[in-house]
Design a protein around this ligand. Structure first.
Ligand code: SF4
Length: 237
């Protein structure tokens, strides 16, 4: 699996290879089980039921790092943050920031395009209860590392959605940029900011989960502030 990730010559190659990954037995069972049983509202739809690749442009200056696809969102539509309430909140914010051409993301063929931005997840398969194990995170890490390597020439800032993504970023520093992660690791928080000399800046943002957006822990204004800061750090107008 590590070798397959490392061999990917470009993002199209990587997206194809990751879509065919079966390295985590528990997650393979879960993604396929969800695709078989389906949610009642989507019973007439064919679920993707496979790993979900990154989405966005290859010369992105801004990366958005999520946790993992949602069972009835990305795992259904085949595109990250697409077809669920988390995506509704995220893409509305990206559209307000001028980083997406439309405020909604409902299906892989809905015409959505991103500007200066690529979105990817620390774990590429939907996990039960949205909780991958540490072993699954580590098994999936080579896909993330290769994706960042491929967009490294332009990448200037990464927005980590939630503490899991924040923690998943530190090994990237060693694997992709050849630098030692800071010790102790900076704590995750909404608005937290870390900058190195050679690696992209890292910004913390509460995850766009319903748990956060329905309770008001994460508001549209808070997301707007994070993406305004990301654009500033990345030199995006
Ligand atoms: S989580 Fe990652 S490593 Fe595990 S099966 Fe899915 S794509 Fe492969």
């Amino acid at each position: 699996m590590v070798a397959r990730a490392a061999r990917a010559a470009d993002l199209a190659d990587l997206d194809g290879a990751v879509s065919d990954c079966f390295a985590c037995p528990r997650l393979v069972d879960w993604r396929e089980e969800i695709a078989r049983t389906r949610r009642a509202a989507f019973r007439d739809q064919e679920y993707w039921g496979r790993p979900v690749p990154g989405f966005g442009i290859p010369d992105a200056r801004i990366g958005i790092l999520g946790l993992a696809p949602a069972a009835h969102g990305g795992n259904r539509t085949g595109r990250i943050f697409t077809g669920d309430r988390s995506g509704d909140v995220l893409f509305a914010a990206l559209h307000r920031a001028g980083l997406a051409n439309q405020p909604t993301s409902v299906a892989a063929d809905d015409g959505l395009t991103l500007r200066d931005t690529r979105i990817f997840a620390a774990v590429r398969c939907a996990p039960p209860d949205n909780k991958p194990t540490p072993a699954e995170r580590d098994t999936c890490a080579p896909w993330l590392h290769r994706e960042v390597t491929l967009i490294r020439p332009t990448l200037r800032v990464v927005v980590a959605l939630g503490a899991f993504a924040w923690a998943a970023w530190w090994p990237v520093l060693r694997e992709v940029y050849g630098v030692r992660p800071p010790s102790p690791r900076p704590a995750f928080g909404h608005g937290a900011h870390w900058s190195g000399t050679t690696a992209p800046a890292l910004l913390g943002c509460y995850h766009v989960s319903q748990q956060n957006t329905f309770t008001g822990r994460l508001t549209p204004g808070m997301l707007d502030d994070v993406f305004a800061r990301a654009k500033q750090l990345a030199g995006v107008d």
